[in-house]
Ligand binder design. Structure first.
Ligand SMILES: Nc1ncnc2c1ncn2[C@@H]1O[C@H](COP(=O)(O)OP(=O)(O)OP(=O)(O)O)[C@@H](O)[C@H]1O
Length: 421
């Protein structure tokens, strides 16, 4: 199991990760999601002992990575598949990693077979495609037959067959009882691969729950209703009748109405009573992507000037300013009603699951466990209480200063400890 408690990382005045507490359990694929720059790679690097936390700590099987006995046999990681010595063949790259960790050469041939690179094993990796490079990185991660695996964007550059292969690989590794922690930006893929999700935004924990609970907590059922395109007055009539009945009605881009707040049979009755013909009445549940977009809408650092999500948002009244995003509270103004944890609750755990770090809203509150007494750089006046760390215990000591560069992560710079870069 991987356990992070009050994990915080600052680079100068930039806070990359703030007071992050979570557990990644064995026997499941845990997806690690967050917008660009939200701190996923930094977190993974701290898990692997490649960066020292500014505060808090993270352990694997109870040990900081650098104190793990025989770490390369226990933990495998793919962080940056491009960071390979291009002049070496795939086989000699893996052989050198294997030798460093006392892994027999026959295991190299085994993993080359597993990732499908056996036929190009003696080719220099600098001629490899993006997908082949990913496969080589995955082979490096699997080399020590580890119980704990971390993959940072493993499907990056893979074709559909490769993506399917990675999905099945992750699932089978988890089915063998291993701990599989995988970051990705591909929501549709995560929906198919992951059992559990940890979502961060601007370095802070936004959600820690199963994929199923995540979708239902961050979305709401809605119905689409469409009247004949040729009769716009029917649409107006229906819209008025639905609103009068207490429904919430918003236009979809294709001219349909998106309705929440009323059950489907009632919608049908209202249309019938209003004498409006329907071309469509369909129930919908948000996808993982929609749920994710809704949750992270307020914590995205980089966004196109052409906002693709425009059509999903309520139009603002003339002259009104968009509401300020609040980490952990989703985005005001979306069609779906607020998630259950809204109202200052910071982390929504799976229903019925006791929060491992104390009450939601007080992350880092494990009795006796060190938490980061670091001022929340994201706190806003009047909102800080929902996200600020309680300044209780002293910060944890940094991981032991005897870094053994992990053989697992496939990369040159990433295998160096922070101080050496
Ligand atoms: N070595 C560093 N020095 C300074 N800032 C850094 C360093 N590494 C990361 N950061 C900053 O920390 C923040 C988190 O970066 P990180 O790479 O962990 O995010 P990420 O979630 O992995 O992003 P992406 O999805 O784009 O890969 C970013 O603002 C980044 O610029």
């Amino acid at each position: 199991m991987i356990e992070a408690v009050g994990l915080t990382k600052r680079y100068g005045d930039k806070t990359a990760v703030y007071n992050l507490s979570f557990q990644v359990r064995p026997g499941a694929v845990t997806g690690f999601l967050g917008p660009n720059g939200s701190g996923k790679s930094t977190t993974m690097r701290m898990i692997l002992g490649l960066d020292n936390p500014t505060a808090g700590h993270v352990t694997i099987g109870g040990y900081p990575y650098r104190r793990l006995p025989n770490a390369a046999r226990q933990v495998g990681a793919l962080l940056d598949a491009k960071a390979v010595h291009g002049g070496r063949s795939a086989r000699s790259h893996l052989l050198s990693l294997a030798q460093l960790s006392g892994i027999p050469a026959r295991r190299v041939d085994e993993v080359l077979g597993v990732v499908g690179l056996h036929e190009v094993a003696r080719r220099r990796s600098k001629g490899f495609s993006l997908g082949m490079g990913q496969r080589l990185g995955i082979a490096a991660a699997l080399l020590g037959d580890p119980q704990v695996l971390l993959f940072d964007e493993p499907v990056n550059g893979l074709d559909p067959e490769g993506i399917l292969w990675v999905r099945n690989l992750m699932k089978s590794l988890a089915a063998e009882g291993r701990t599989v922690f995988v970051s990705s930006h591909l929501m549709s893929e995560m929906a198919l691969t992951a059992d559990h999700l940890i979502v961060i935004g601007r370095g802070q924990l936004l959600s820690d729950m199963s994929v199923k609970d995540f979708i239902s907590a961050n979305s709401a059922d809605f119905a689409r209703m469409r009247t004949p395109d040729t009769e716009p007055q029917q649409r107006e009539k229906l819209s008025a009748a639905l609103t009068e009945a207490g429904g919430s009605v918003l236009p979809e881009q294709d001219g349909a109405l998106r309705v929440t707040g009323l059950p489907l049979p009632r919608l049908s009755d209202i249309a019938h009573e209003a004498g409006v013909r329907l071309w469509e009445l369909s129930p919908h549940q948000a996808s993982l992507e929609e749920a994710y977009m809704r949750m992270t809408q307020g914590v995205v650092d980089y966004r196109s000037t052409t906002d693709q999500k425009e059509g999903f948002q309520e139009p603002l009244p003339p002259g009104a300013q968009p509401p300020l995003p609040v980490p952990g509270q989703g985005q005001p103004g979306w069609y779906a009603p607020p998630p259950p944890q809204q109202g200052g609750q910071y982390v929504a755990a799976a229903p019925g699951t006791p929060h491992p770090y104390g009450a939601p809203g007080a992350p880092g509150g494990v009795p006796g466990a060190p938490v980061a007494p670091v001022a929340n750089p994201y706190a806003q006046p009047g909102q800080g209480a929902a996200v600020a760390a309680p300044p209780s215990a002293a910060p944890a000591a940094a991981p032991a200063a005897s870094p053994a560069a992990p053989a697992g992560p496939a990369g040159s710079d990433v295998t160096k400890p922070e101080e050496a870069r």
